[in-house]
Design a protein around this ligand. Structure first.
Ligand code: PLP
Length: 374
């Protein structure tokens, strides 16, 4: 059976973990954490990067930093993972779910303005499959209404948005705050792991405190204060050096990982584009978005056809999966949703299927898979 995903190990993970363990400093915010954070800041232009234990945690930090309170409204796409919403729900927010574009699962930037009320505090965008949302439009609306933009960039490492003036910016560096995941299903991994990115300097100081259990320990370590203590809310959001050491091995191989994934993605696209039955099911990449080959998916005409495709592939030894039940119709939120229909989110819920894509997959596997789809 070709699995849907297989975590890729570069071979250096255990060496670096051993180094971390032998250094005698295995709690968080040590040498490997700094190496990872410095790399991301320099490579992608984040003003500040903080490793976290997951993307979900990074989003919780965003909700705290954004000062979300009972009764505030946060606009979130419905076709996404629960974490994009749950962090804000925990702070007492009402989630106003937005629909996707008809030809792309990302939030429809043209409807966002119609969802804003005087209670709206933030817009959460999710770069589905690592493909950029329309950040130019979203940032313009946010600035007009004085809202915060939080990028759920869980799937979006090493991916970019190009503005109409030609300026190209890394995803996670455009909104006020961003959140990445290094869960084992993502492009680069640490088992569980994530990162908060801060692009608005107003939030940097407080983010470090929230990260370190509400204490100003980070300042103390830098010698900026002579004792540290409890100064704010927070939690234990930082990962141990063991996790950061694992992630460093992945970062060292980022270019090779990305090159291989893109090659596999292109193979899928090229082969399926020649098939009458599937050429209209291919993913659509807007002009302004790059492709980080996080995912290869098809959007089939109906849920029945999707079920058939998954069955057919299973019989031929390929594990294909679908995901995201629109959050507005999920058991936890159904009674709280305002009743608006979100037809595109529901369409992707029913018709989208994800095909195997991981570093050790090869082109012959893809050729066999496409043949078996027939
Ligand atoms: C994977 C994922 C998350 C959650 O990431 P964790 O690191 O597992 O918390 C959140 N949002 C999206 C869009 C994801 O794909």
């Amino acid at each position: 059976m070709i699995p849907f995903n297989k975590p890729y190990l570069t071979g250096k993970e255990t060496d670096y973990i051993k180094q971390a363990v032998q250094s005698g400093k295995i709690s968080g915010n040590g040498m490997f954490t700094k190496k990872c954070q410095d790399f991301f800041e320099q490579e992608y232009g984040f003003k500040k990067a903080l490793l976290t234990t997951s993307c979900t945690d990074a989003l919780e930090m965003c909700a705290i930093l954004a000062n979300i309170k009972e009764g505030d409204e946060v606009i979130v796409p419905s076709f996404t993972f629960v974490s994009s919403a749950i962090a804000f729900v925990r702070q007492g927010a009402k989630i106003v779910f937005a629909d996707s574009y008809s030809n792309n699962p990302n939030i429809d930037a043209d409807i966002v303005e119609s969802l804003i009320t005087n209670k709206t505090k933030a817009i959460v965008v999710v770069h589905y499959a690592g493909v950029a949302c329309n950040m130019e439009k979203i940032m313009q609306i946010a600035s007009q209404y004085n809202l915060l933009v939080i990028e759920d960039a869980a799937q979006a490492i090493d991916s970019y948005f190009t503005f109409s003036n030609g300026e190209k910016k890394a995803l996670g560096s455009i909104g006020h705050l961003g959140a990445f995941s290094f869960h084992e299903t993502k492009n680069i991994i640490s088992g569980e792991g994530g990162m908060l990115t801060i692009n608005d300097e107003r939030f940097i100081h407080r983010a470090e405190i929230i990260w370190e259990k509400g204490t100003n320990r980070a300042e103390f370590f830098r010698g900026e204060v002579n004792k540290y203590g409890w100064v704010d809310t927070g939690s234990s959001f930082l990962p141990s050096e063991v996790i950061a050491a694992f992630l460093w091995a992945q970062i060292e191989n980022l270019d090779a990982i990305q090159a291989k994934r893109k090659q596999l993605w292109k193979t899928y696209y090229k082969l399926l584009a020649t098939q009458e039955k599937y050429k209209n099911a291919l993913p659509n990449l807007p002009e302004y978005a790059s492709n980080n080959a996080h995912m290869f998916y098809l959007v089939l005409p109906s849920v029945e056809e999707r079920t058939q495709v998954i069955e057919k592939l299973k019989n031929e030894g390929f594990h294909a999966v679908f995901h995201y039940i629109s959050l507005h119709s999920s058991p936890y939120y159904i009674g709280k949703h305002d009743g608006r229909e979100l037809v595109n989110a529901d369409k992707f819920t029913q018709c989208l299927v994800r095909l195997p894509l991981f570093y050790e997959l090869n082109e012959t596997d893809i050729e066999r898979l496409v043949l078996s789809l027939g």
